[in-house]
Design a protein around this ligand. Structure first.
Ligand SMILES: [Zn+2]
Length: 145
């Protein structure tokens, strides 16, 4: 597949702005470039473009290898927590101070020295051998929590 174009916004003489609609990664929301025919299938559904995303492409490969994956958000925190419980792995919310308030910013998986912390926007990967790893979001690009 050819590389996607990325047309910058253009400010017109009258002060208006002309934009080309952009496709966001369906895994993390990062803008990938201009929308084109690859973005909808024959039934009009949005296609999976995570393979084009530098952050999410490794996740697509892990899924092909049989891994289960979650992009951690506030909305699926309990679902992922339940999945770790089903593997006999302890997990709980990870708290940090944000603007002087203690708030949940992710999930702590495991205990002691082997514990891992996934922040909202990170990918959590359950491998077929029941090990769990965290694929961290690039700095400043965490998905909406
Ligand atoms: Zn992505």
């Amino acid at each position: 597949m050819s590389a996607r174009t990325f047309t910058p916004d253009r400010v017109n003489a009258d002060g208006s702005t002309t934009i080309r609609m952009k496709r966001a990664c369906n895994g993390c929301g990062q803008l990938l470039g201009d929308v084109d025919n690859r973005d909808v299938d024959k039934d009009g559904n949005l296609t999976d473009v995570r393979g084009e995303c530098s952050f999410c492409a490794p996740i697509v490969a892990l899924e092909a290898a049989g891994c289960r994956t979650w992009n951690l958000t506030r909305r699926n925190l309990n679902i992922v927590d339940d999945a770790t419980d089903a593997d006999g792995l302890f997990a709980k919310g990870y708290f940090e101070y944000v603007d002087d308030k203690l708030v949940v910013t992710g999930l702590r998986i495991g205990q002691g020295e082997t514990r891992q912390v996934a922040k909202f926007g990170d990918w959590i990967v359950r491998h077929p051998d029941r090990t769990w790893t965290v694929h961290h979001a690039p700095e400043g690009e965490a998905a909406d929590a």
